[in-house]
Design a protein around this ligand. Structure first.
Ligand SMILES: C[S@@+](CC[C@H](N)C(=O)[O-])C[C@H]1O[C@@H](n2cnc3c(N)ncnc32)[C@H](O)[C@@H]1O
Length: 360
Protein backbone atom coordinates (compact mmCIF):
# COMPACT_ATOMS: atom_id res chain seq x y z
CA UNK A 1 0.00 0.00 0.00
CA UNK A 2 1.36 3.45 -0.90
CA UNK A 3 1.65 5.98 1.93
CA UNK A 4 -1.11 8.13 0.44
CA UNK A 5 -3.62 5.32 0.74
CA UNK A 6 -5.14 4.94 4.19
CA UNK A 7 -7.92 2.70 5.37
CA UNK A 8 -9.68 2.55 8.69
CA UNK A 9 -7.36 -0.16 9.88
CA UNK A 10 -4.27 1.89 8.99
CA UNK A 11 -2.00 2.68 11.92
CA UNK A 12 0.79 5.21 11.93
CA UNK A 13 3.67 3.47 13.62
CA UNK A 14 6.79 5.31 14.76
CA UNK A 15 9.83 4.31 12.75
CA UNK A 16 13.50 4.55 13.61
CA UNK A 17 15.69 7.46 12.67
CA UNK A 18 17.28 6.31 9.35
CA UNK A 19 20.76 5.01 10.20
CA UNK A 20 22.35 6.51 7.06
CA UNK A 21 20.64 9.86 7.70
CA UNK A 22 23.79 11.94 8.24
CA UNK A 23 25.39 10.72 5.04
CA UNK A 24 22.30 11.37 2.95
CA UNK A 25 22.81 14.04 0.31
CA UNK A 26 21.05 17.40 0.58
CA UNK A 27 17.94 18.14 -1.48
CA UNK A 28 18.31 14.98 -3.48
CA UNK A 29 15.43 14.50 -5.84
CA UNK A 30 16.16 10.79 -5.87
CA UNK A 31 16.10 10.47 -2.10
CA UNK A 32 13.98 7.67 -0.71
CA UNK A 33 11.49 9.92 1.03
CA UNK A 34 9.80 6.94 2.65
CA UNK A 35 12.87 6.72 4.89
CA UNK A 36 11.84 9.99 6.59
CA UNK A 37 8.18 9.20 7.12
CA UNK A 38 6.89 8.69 10.65
CA UNK A 39 10.31 9.41 12.15
CA UNK A 40 11.49 11.92 14.73
CA UNK A 41 14.72 13.20 13.20
CA UNK A 42 17.19 14.53 15.72
CA UNK A 43 19.06 17.60 14.54
CA UNK A 44 18.96 21.30 13.77
CA UNK A 45 16.14 21.86 11.30
CA UNK A 46 18.40 24.25 9.39
CA UNK A 47 20.47 21.18 8.43
CA UNK A 48 17.84 18.45 8.41
CA UNK A 49 15.39 20.27 6.13
CA UNK A 50 18.03 20.39 3.41
CA UNK A 51 17.87 16.61 3.17
CA UNK A 52 14.19 16.54 2.28
CA UNK A 53 13.19 16.55 -1.38
CA UNK A 54 11.25 19.40 -3.01
CA UNK A 55 7.42 19.51 -2.87
CA UNK A 56 6.93 16.53 -0.55
CA UNK A 57 4.91 17.90 2.40
CA UNK A 58 1.15 18.61 2.55
CA UNK A 59 1.11 20.65 5.75
CA UNK A 60 3.64 22.22 8.11
CA UNK A 61 2.39 22.95 11.64
CA UNK A 62 4.89 24.26 14.11
CA UNK A 63 5.62 26.43 17.08
CA UNK A 64 9.22 27.65 16.88
CA UNK A 65 11.05 29.02 19.92
CA UNK A 66 9.62 32.41 20.71
CA UNK A 67 12.11 35.26 20.81
CA UNK A 68 14.20 35.37 23.98
CA UNK A 69 12.04 32.73 25.69
CA UNK A 70 13.39 29.67 27.49
CA UNK A 71 17.01 30.66 27.08
CA UNK A 72 17.94 28.06 29.68
CA UNK A 73 16.12 25.11 28.15
CA UNK A 74 16.47 25.35 24.38
CA UNK A 75 17.80 28.79 23.68
CA UNK A 76 15.92 31.89 22.66
CA UNK A 77 16.50 34.04 19.63
CA UNK A 78 16.96 37.77 20.26
CA UNK A 79 13.85 39.61 19.04
CA UNK A 80 15.90 41.92 16.82
CA UNK A 81 17.49 38.90 15.14
CA UNK A 82 14.35 36.80 14.83
CA UNK A 83 13.53 37.57 11.21
CA UNK A 84 17.10 36.94 10.03
CA UNK A 85 17.12 33.64 11.91
CA UNK A 86 13.77 32.45 10.64
CA UNK A 87 13.81 33.46 6.97
CA UNK A 88 16.36 30.83 5.81
CA UNK A 89 14.23 28.20 7.60
CA UNK A 90 11.05 29.57 6.01
CA UNK A 91 12.71 29.33 2.59
CA UNK A 92 13.52 25.66 3.15
CA UNK A 93 9.96 25.08 4.33
CA UNK A 94 8.67 26.67 1.13
CA UNK A 95 10.89 24.38 -0.92
CA UNK A 96 9.68 21.16 0.77
CA UNK A 97 5.99 22.16 0.88
CA UNK A 98 3.83 21.00 -2.02
CA UNK A 99 2.44 23.90 -4.08
CA UNK A 100 -1.04 22.98 -2.75
CA UNK A 101 0.19 22.84 0.85
CA UNK A 102 -0.23 25.08 3.89
CA UNK A 103 2.11 26.32 6.62
CA UNK A 104 0.68 27.09 10.07
CA UNK A 105 3.05 29.11 12.24
CA UNK A 106 2.04 29.34 15.91
CA UNK A 107 3.80 32.39 17.31
CA UNK A 108 3.28 35.36 19.60
CA UNK A 109 5.39 38.45 20.00
CA UNK A 110 6.81 39.13 23.43
CA UNK A 111 6.79 42.50 25.16
CA UNK A 112 10.11 44.33 25.38
CA UNK A 113 10.55 47.54 27.37
CA UNK A 114 6.85 47.86 28.02
CA UNK A 115 5.62 47.41 24.46
CA UNK A 116 4.98 44.56 22.08
CA UNK A 117 7.96 43.87 19.86
CA UNK A 118 7.26 44.02 16.13
CA UNK A 119 9.25 40.97 14.99
CA UNK A 120 6.18 38.91 14.11
CA UNK A 121 4.83 41.70 11.95
CA UNK A 122 8.26 42.12 10.37
CA UNK A 123 8.44 38.37 9.82
CA UNK A 124 5.11 38.36 7.97
CA UNK A 125 6.34 41.14 5.69
CA UNK A 126 9.68 39.41 5.13
CA UNK A 127 7.99 36.11 4.30
CA UNK A 128 5.75 37.85 1.78
CA UNK A 129 8.88 39.32 0.21
CA UNK A 130 10.21 35.77 -0.09
CA UNK A 131 7.12 34.70 -2.03
CA UNK A 132 4.84 33.35 0.70
CA UNK A 133 1.17 34.31 0.70
CA UNK A 134 -0.11 35.39 4.10
CA UNK A 135 -3.45 33.72 3.51
CA UNK A 136 -5.07 33.94 6.94
CA UNK A 137 -4.50 34.46 10.61
CA UNK A 138 -6.22 32.14 13.07
CA UNK A 139 -6.38 33.08 16.71
CA UNK A 140 -5.84 30.42 19.34
CA UNK A 141 -7.87 31.63 22.32
CA UNK A 142 -6.33 29.93 25.35
CA UNK A 143 -9.44 29.18 27.37
CA UNK A 144 -7.49 28.50 30.58
CA UNK A 145 -4.68 31.06 30.46
CA UNK A 146 -2.79 31.86 33.66
CA UNK A 147 -4.42 34.30 36.01
CA UNK A 148 -2.41 37.45 36.60
CA UNK A 149 -2.15 41.18 36.11
CA UNK A 150 0.52 43.50 34.78
CA UNK A 151 0.71 47.28 35.26
CA UNK A 152 0.17 48.03 31.58
CA UNK A 153 -1.81 45.09 30.18
CA UNK A 154 -4.11 42.19 30.99
CA UNK A 155 -3.62 38.45 30.86
CA UNK A 156 -2.37 37.15 27.55
CA UNK A 157 -5.11 34.79 26.40
CA UNK A 158 -4.34 34.31 22.72
CA UNK A 159 -1.64 33.37 20.24
CA UNK A 160 -1.37 33.74 16.51
CA UNK A 161 -1.58 30.81 14.12
CA UNK A 162 -0.42 32.42 10.90
CA UNK A 163 -1.50 30.61 7.75
CA UNK A 164 0.91 30.87 4.84
CA UNK A 165 0.55 29.23 1.46
CA UNK A 166 2.63 29.07 -1.70
CA UNK A 167 -0.27 29.94 -3.96
CA UNK A 168 -3.82 31.23 -3.96
CA UNK A 169 -5.33 27.80 -4.60
CA UNK A 170 -4.48 25.28 -1.90
CA UNK A 171 -5.95 22.12 -0.40
CA UNK A 172 -8.60 22.79 2.27
CA UNK A 173 -11.22 20.36 3.57
CA UNK A 174 -13.66 22.67 5.32
CA UNK A 175 -16.24 19.95 5.92
CA UNK A 176 -13.83 18.17 8.24
CA UNK A 177 -13.93 20.88 10.91
CA UNK A 178 -17.61 21.77 10.90
CA UNK A 179 -19.25 22.21 14.27
CA UNK A 180 -22.78 21.39 15.41
CA UNK A 181 -25.15 24.37 15.34
CA UNK A 182 -25.85 23.93 19.06
CA UNK A 183 -29.05 23.66 21.09
CA UNK A 184 -29.56 27.44 21.11
CA UNK A 185 -31.02 27.14 17.62
CA UNK A 186 -34.17 25.37 18.83
CA UNK A 187 -35.33 28.41 20.82
CA UNK A 188 -33.98 30.99 18.36
CA UNK A 189 -35.48 29.42 15.26
CA UNK A 190 -38.85 28.32 16.71
CA UNK A 191 -40.70 31.57 16.03
CA UNK A 192 -39.23 33.51 13.16
CA UNK A 193 -39.94 37.22 12.84
CA UNK A 194 -40.65 38.88 9.51
CA UNK A 195 -37.05 40.18 9.48
CA UNK A 196 -35.77 36.64 9.96
CA UNK A 197 -37.58 35.58 6.79
CA UNK A 198 -35.89 38.05 4.45
CA UNK A 199 -32.30 38.87 3.81
CA UNK A 200 -31.40 41.45 6.39
CA UNK A 201 -28.62 43.73 5.24
CA UNK A 202 -26.12 44.90 7.80
CA UNK A 203 -27.12 48.11 9.54
CA UNK A 204 -23.49 49.11 9.84
CA UNK A 205 -23.17 49.18 6.05
CA UNK A 206 -20.65 46.34 6.03
CA UNK A 207 -22.23 44.88 2.92
CA UNK A 208 -22.92 41.61 4.71
CA UNK A 209 -26.39 40.25 5.21
CA UNK A 210 -28.14 37.28 6.74
CA UNK A 211 -31.38 35.38 6.33
CA UNK A 212 -32.07 33.55 9.58
CA UNK A 213 -34.76 31.39 7.95
CA UNK A 214 -32.02 29.63 5.99
CA UNK A 215 -30.72 28.17 9.24
CA UNK A 216 -33.86 26.17 9.99
CA UNK A 217 -33.18 22.45 9.88
CA UNK A 218 -29.45 22.92 9.62
CA UNK A 219 -27.30 20.78 11.85
CA UNK A 220 -23.80 21.97 11.03
CA UNK A 221 -22.00 25.27 10.71
CA UNK A 222 -18.52 26.25 9.62
CA UNK A 223 -16.35 27.48 12.47
CA UNK A 224 -14.77 30.90 12.74
CA UNK A 225 -11.07 31.66 12.62
CA UNK A 226 -10.95 31.86 16.43
CA UNK A 227 -10.14 28.51 18.02
CA UNK A 228 -11.15 28.16 21.64
CA UNK A 229 -8.86 25.53 23.12
CA UNK A 230 -7.36 24.98 26.54
CA UNK A 231 -3.59 24.97 26.93
CA UNK A 232 -1.81 21.76 27.91
CA UNK A 233 -1.84 21.47 31.69
CA UNK A 234 -0.36 18.04 32.35
CA UNK A 235 3.40 17.61 32.42
CA UNK A 236 4.53 16.57 28.96
CA UNK A 237 8.25 16.70 29.75
CA UNK A 238 8.51 19.96 27.83
CA UNK A 239 7.97 23.53 28.93
CA UNK A 240 6.19 24.83 25.84
CA UNK A 241 3.82 22.25 24.41
CA UNK A 242 0.67 23.13 22.56
CA UNK A 243 -2.46 20.97 23.04
CA UNK A 244 -2.99 18.05 20.61
CA UNK A 245 -6.27 19.64 19.55
CA UNK A 246 -4.43 22.59 17.96
CA UNK A 247 -2.36 20.73 15.33
CA UNK A 248 -5.18 18.21 15.00
CA UNK A 249 -7.64 20.90 13.88
CA UNK A 250 -5.30 22.22 11.19
CA UNK A 251 -4.36 18.69 10.11
CA UNK A 252 -8.01 17.84 9.49
CA UNK A 253 -8.62 21.17 7.75
CA UNK A 254 -5.65 21.06 5.37
CA UNK A 255 -4.92 17.36 4.76
CA UNK A 256 -6.68 14.11 4.03
CA UNK A 257 -5.93 10.79 5.72
CA UNK A 258 -2.60 9.58 4.44
CA UNK A 259 -1.30 13.14 4.01
CA UNK A 260 2.17 14.13 5.18
CA UNK A 261 2.66 16.66 7.98
CA UNK A 262 5.97 18.24 9.00
CA UNK A 263 6.84 19.84 12.33
CA UNK A 264 10.42 21.20 12.19
CA UNK A 265 10.34 22.19 15.91
CA UNK A 266 8.72 19.02 17.19
CA UNK A 267 9.40 19.44 20.93
CA UNK A 268 7.56 16.73 22.84
CA UNK A 269 5.95 15.27 19.71
CA UNK A 270 2.48 16.82 19.94
CA UNK A 271 2.07 17.22 16.17
CA UNK A 272 3.14 13.60 15.63
CA UNK A 273 0.59 12.42 18.19
CA UNK A 274 -2.09 14.44 16.38
CA UNK A 275 -1.02 12.74 13.13
CA UNK A 276 -1.17 9.32 14.73
CA UNK A 277 -4.70 10.02 15.94
CA UNK A 278 -5.89 11.25 12.56
CA UNK A 279 -4.03 8.74 10.37
CA UNK A 280 -1.66 11.19 8.70
CA UNK A 281 2.05 10.60 8.23
CA UNK A 282 4.50 12.85 10.03
CA UNK A 283 8.06 14.04 9.76
CA UNK A 284 9.32 15.51 13.03
CA UNK A 285 12.56 17.42 13.56
CA UNK A 286 13.87 18.33 17.01
CA UNK A 287 17.39 19.30 18.00
CA UNK A 288 17.16 18.34 21.67
CA UNK A 289 17.91 14.64 22.12
CA UNK A 290 15.94 14.35 25.35
CA UNK A 291 12.83 15.82 23.77
CA UNK A 292 13.26 13.43 20.81
CA UNK A 293 13.37 10.46 23.15
CA UNK A 294 10.36 11.72 25.13
CA UNK A 295 8.42 12.15 21.89
CA UNK A 296 9.35 8.67 20.66
CA UNK A 297 8.32 7.16 23.96
CA UNK A 298 4.99 8.93 23.83
CA UNK A 299 4.36 7.82 20.25
CA UNK A 300 5.20 4.21 21.01
CA UNK A 301 2.89 4.28 24.01
CA UNK A 302 -0.09 5.99 22.39
CA UNK A 303 -2.30 3.14 21.39
CA UNK A 304 -5.56 4.92 21.96
CA UNK A 305 -8.33 4.84 19.36
CA UNK A 306 -7.67 6.79 16.18
CA UNK A 307 -10.15 9.10 14.54
CA UNK A 308 -10.82 6.21 12.14
CA UNK A 309 -11.77 3.92 15.01
CA UNK A 310 -14.15 6.52 16.29
CA UNK A 311 -15.78 7.06 12.92
CA UNK A 312 -16.08 3.35 12.32
CA UNK A 313 -17.93 2.94 15.58
CA UNK A 314 -20.18 5.94 15.13
CA UNK A 315 -20.79 6.32 11.45
CA UNK A 316 -23.47 4.30 9.74
CA UNK A 317 -23.72 6.13 6.43
CA UNK A 318 -21.64 3.95 4.21
CA UNK A 319 -18.09 4.94 5.00
CA UNK A 320 -17.69 1.79 7.00
CA UNK A 321 -18.69 -0.45 4.15
CA UNK A 322 -15.92 0.74 1.85
CA UNK A 323 -13.35 0.91 4.62
CA UNK A 324 -12.32 4.38 3.47
CA UNK A 325 -12.93 7.83 4.85
CA UNK A 326 -14.49 10.32 2.48
CA UNK A 327 -13.74 13.79 3.80
CA UNK A 328 -16.68 15.30 1.90
CA UNK A 329 -19.43 13.44 3.76
CA UNK A 330 -20.94 14.91 6.93
CA UNK A 331 -19.18 13.91 10.11
CA UNK A 332 -20.73 12.86 13.40
CA UNK A 333 -19.87 14.99 16.41
CA UNK A 334 -16.30 14.09 17.29
CA UNK A 335 -14.94 13.76 20.80
CA UNK A 336 -13.08 16.80 22.16
CA UNK A 337 -9.64 15.40 21.31
CA UNK A 338 -10.46 15.41 17.64
CA UNK A 339 -12.78 18.35 17.56
CA UNK A 340 -10.74 21.05 19.14
CA UNK A 341 -13.41 23.72 18.99
CA UNK A 342 -16.66 24.09 20.83
CA UNK A 343 -20.14 24.67 19.53
CA UNK A 344 -21.03 27.77 17.62
CA UNK A 345 -22.54 30.20 20.12
CA UNK A 346 -25.73 32.10 19.26
CA UNK A 347 -24.15 35.57 19.32
CA UNK A 348 -21.34 34.41 17.13
CA UNK A 349 -23.74 33.11 14.54
CA UNK A 350 -26.33 35.80 14.61
CA UNK A 351 -24.35 38.99 14.94
CA UNK A 352 -20.61 39.06 14.50
CA UNK A 353 -20.76 36.45 11.74
CA UNK A 354 -23.53 37.90 9.73
CA UNK A 355 -22.77 35.90 6.64
CA UNK A 356 -22.18 32.62 8.47
CA UNK A 357 -22.07 29.64 6.16
CA UNK A 358 -24.30 26.87 7.33
CA UNK A 359 -24.42 23.34 6.06
CA UNK A 360 -26.46 20.21 6.63
C1 LIG B 1 8.03 25.86 21.36
S1 LIG B 1 8.87 24.34 21.37
C2 LIG B 1 7.80 23.29 20.46
C3 LIG B 1 6.87 22.55 21.35
C4 LIG B 1 5.98 21.57 20.61
N1 LIG B 1 4.99 22.27 19.79
C5 LIG B 1 5.26 20.65 21.60
O1 LIG B 1 4.01 20.66 21.65
O2 LIG B 1 5.94 19.95 22.34
C6 LIG B 1 10.17 24.61 20.24
C7 LIG B 1 11.11 23.42 20.09
O3 LIG B 1 12.02 23.71 19.05
C8 LIG B 1 13.28 23.11 19.36
N2 LIG B 1 14.27 23.82 18.55
C9 LIG B 1 14.78 25.06 18.74
N3 LIG B 1 15.61 25.40 17.73
C10 LIG B 1 15.62 24.33 16.88
C11 LIG B 1 16.26 24.06 15.65
N4 LIG B 1 17.07 24.96 15.09
N5 LIG B 1 16.03 22.87 15.04
C12 LIG B 1 15.21 21.95 15.60
N6 LIG B 1 14.57 22.14 16.78
C13 LIG B 1 14.77 23.31 17.41
C14 LIG B 1 13.41 23.29 20.86
O4 LIG B 1 14.29 22.34 21.41
C15 LIG B 1 11.97 23.11 21.32
O5 LIG B 1 11.73 21.80 21.73
Amino acid sequence: MMYGEMTMSSRIVLRDHPSDFNSMPNQSKGVNFDAFLDCILEGDCRDVLRKLPDDCIDLIVTSPPYADRRNHTYGGIKPDRYVDWFIPIANELKRVLKPSGSFILNIKEIAVNGERHTYVIELILAMRNEGWKWTEEYIWHKKNCYPGKWPNRFRDAWERCLHFTRQKQFAMYQEAVRVPMGDWRHARLRNLSETDKRRDTSRVMSGFGKKIENWVGREWAYPTNVLHMATECSNKGHSATFPVSLPSWFIRLFTEPGGIVLDPFMGSGTTAIACQQTCRHFVGIEMNGEYCEAARKKLRGSEGPTLFDYLQENESDGNGSTGRIDSTVPRPLLPETYRGVGQVEPEESATSQESISVSR
